[in-house]
Unconditional design. Structure first.
Length: 96
């Protein structure tokens, strides 16, 4: 993680403290001075960047779900019941 990006590589536009009345700062280092010892500054991202990253993540999860479905179909067709049940328990998407 670089000083001005968060974990998902979405550009951070500001940093915020965890206080009841949060303070905002332009840099992570400046914000960290006002955080408690066990706290990290909160990276704030522009909503459009966040939504784009979320859409990308959703697309990757849906692709993974399709691959799991294919694997389940192949396991079923080949009679590999244990593998099919194991694949059924695996899903990158939460149940709706």
């Amino acid at each position: 993680m670089t000083p001005d990006t968060d974990r998902d590589s979405v550009p951070v536009v500001a940093w915020m403290t965890h206080h009841d009345e949060p303070m905002m700062f332009p840099t992570q280092a400046e914000c960290a001075k006002y955080c408690d010892d066990d706290e990290e500054p909160i990276g704030l991202v522009h909503q459009s960047d966040h939504l784009a990253a979320l859409a990308s993540l959703t697309q990757r999860c849906e692709a993974a779900e399709r691959l799991l479905d294919e694997a389940q179909t192949h396991a079923y067709a080949e009679g590999r019941r244990d593998e099919r049940e194991e694949l059924n328990a695996t899903s990158p998407l939460p149940d709706a």
